[in-house]
Design a protein around this ligand. Structure first.
Ligand SMILES: Cc1cc2nc3c(=O)[nH]c(=O)nc-3n(C[C@H](O)[C@H](O)[C@H](O)COP(=O)(O)OP(=O)(O)OC[C@H]3O[C@@H](n4cnc5c(N)ncnc54)[C@H](O)[C@@H]3O)c2cc1C
Length: 308
């Protein structure tokens, strides 16, 4: 079986963690060809060639593939699809934009957020916000799949795959880049951070969200937020963790003033160690927490920050 894996490329650089985790999942299906696409993608392609288990790398560099426009990338993948049985990607924000388009253009289903490869046709994926796992068997001739990276270990380095340059497909011209507004942050990226400190509605205001950021900075952690905190304007929405936000599985997740709704748990319950700080001892977050502190966060968080 031949697998085409869309690498996660950000500003010309390979997002190694997400890509290497998807390689682990894809290796179980057959020979893995990685596609590194972007306005600049050569360095990403070279980095992908070193991932253990990658058989070949295709590098497509073209202005049309820059700025994260999904349509030209989907058109490129479809132009390559004839040679592959499986077309896969890590379930990142970008890939979630590209892969359903690929599936639609190929007239097949997309199997999103797969957490296990059972065999070449059969995959496990979460449904109902992660409260049930569904085993799906696809009869489609080509399978289009995104893999939930938090459940796979990253493939190691040590590969030396051949790298080939290819051209872009015709740009369907369905979208045009206008501008990016990017939040600058020195903190680690939320989905690959080893430690995440998240604040919820209990934090109470945008000003007090600084308490969460201060603790995170002391721990070298990424900052996350519940949807209630985001909807209340305490934190920007790219920090949202959960069913409709990001899925994280850090070594340590600290939930502060978060009740533990199932939609939030869907995004963090695979974290290795969960610490919850909440003044309500009945809060559902304590059911998944390894360590729980029943306390007022306005006392506990500054004390913890000082102690660190
Ligand atoms: C379709 C759908 C998708 C959703 N997707 C998401 C998602 O992706 N992510 C997400 O997070 N939610 C999501 N939600 C919303 C979810 O259902 C909850 O409403 C939300 O998670 C609640 O956020 P919260 O825990 O911050 O707020 P609350 O539930 O209001 O909890 C606040 C907590 O703070 C505690 N608290 C208050 N003051 C203090 C204090 N001084 N000290 C200590 N603790 C204190 C309270 O005891 C309480 O437990 C979704 C909902 C739907 C319907």
């Amino acid at each position: 079986m031949a697998v085409l894996l869309l690498a996660e490329v950000n500003n010309g650089e390979l997002a190694l963690d997400a890509t290497a985790k998807a390689v682990t999942a894809a290796k179980a299906l057959g020979d893995v060809t990685v596609l590194a696409a972007g306005a600049s993608a050569a360095a990403a392609g070279e980095a992908a060639a070193k991932i253990d288990g990658v058989a070949k790398v295709l590098v497509a560099e073209d202005a049309s593939l820059g700025h994260r426009l999904a349509e030209p990338t989907a058109a490129l993948i479809v132009s390559l699809a004839g040679d592959f049985d499986h077309i896969v990607a890590p379930a990142t924000t970008d890939a979630k934009n590209v892969m359903p388009r690929v599936a639609a253009l190929l007239d097949v289903m997309v199997i999103s957020d797969a957490t296990e490869v059972v065999d070449a046709d059969t995959f496990v994926r979460p449904i109902y916000a992660g409260n049930a796992m569904q085993t799906v068997k696809s009869n489609d001739a080509k399978k289009v799949i995104t893999f939930r990276t938090s459940t796979f270990d990253a493939a190691g380095e040590g590969g030396s795959a051949a790298v080939e340059s290819i051209g872009a497909a015709d740009n369907p011209g369905l979208s045009e880049w206008v501008e990016d507004k990017v939040a600058e942050s020195d903190r680690p990226e939320l989905t690959s951070a080893g430690v995440v400190v998240s604040g919820g509605r209990g934090v109470g205001s945008e000003e007090d969200f600084a308490l969460i950021e201060k603790l995170a900075d002391k721990l070298g952690a990424a900052v996350g937020a519940s949807r209630a905190a985001v909807d209340s304007g305490y934190a920007p929405n790219d920090l949202q963790v959960g069913q409709t936000g990001k899925v994280v599985a850090p070594e340590l997740y600290i939930a502060v003033g978060i009740s533990g709704a199932i939609q939030h748990l869907a995004g963090m319950k695979d974290s290795k160690i969960i610490v919850a700080i909440n003044k309500d001892e009945e809060a559902p977050i304590f059911q998944v927490a390894d360590f729980g502190l029943v306390a007022d966060l306005f006392d506990a968080v500054p004390a913890l920050t000082d102690a660190v």
